[in-house]
Design a protein around this ligand. Sequence first.
Ligand SMILES: [Ca+2]
Ligand SMILES: [Ca+2]
Length: 198
Amino acid sequence: MGNLIRKHGEDYKILSNDLLKRCCTITGFKNEEIRNEHRKFFSIAESGRLKKSHMEELLGDYLPTTKRKHSKYFTKCVFSAIDTNNDGYIDFLEYLMSVRFFRTESPIEKADFIFRIIDKNGDHRVSKEELERTLICLQEFRKSLTNNHAIDVINDDLQLATHTIFEILDEDKSGFIGVSEFKDAWLKNETIRALFTF
Ligand SMILES: [Ca+2]
Ligand SMILES: [Ca+2]
């Protein structure tokens, strides 16, 4: 986000016309939607800075729920993907952008967001370990769902599945998955989409 959109130290508490306009520009949402999200955000994060512990209250509709152990890791990943300025909080603009990503119909945007979730340490590449931990979380979610195709792909041998999936994704065999490799696979490979959709 450029400096025109984000002003240093702003808490976004007052939804001024200027802020509304900026929010429209970055999300493409209608004014009414932005007003609703603004109300929702500030009813949970009064200070304008949302902590990790409150994220599920706000974004619960978009997040899969499962056993605590695994959902904790996944929550951390999602939180750091949303906290784009890395200050340890989600502010209103970051929240609004995440809603856009959760709802987007654009495969490229979706793939980009999912990649940032998997890339837990934020170094712009996904390691085998990051992939495996994400797959463990997603597998747990799926076990609680019925009628899901992806469960057949993973079965119970997660290490083997991780290896296979990693080989598919790491096209240039660099030992890491880059964002463009992930996007490519996401566009071309239905199984990859099914695996990482939650
Ligand atoms: Ca932040
Ligand atoms: Ca990484």
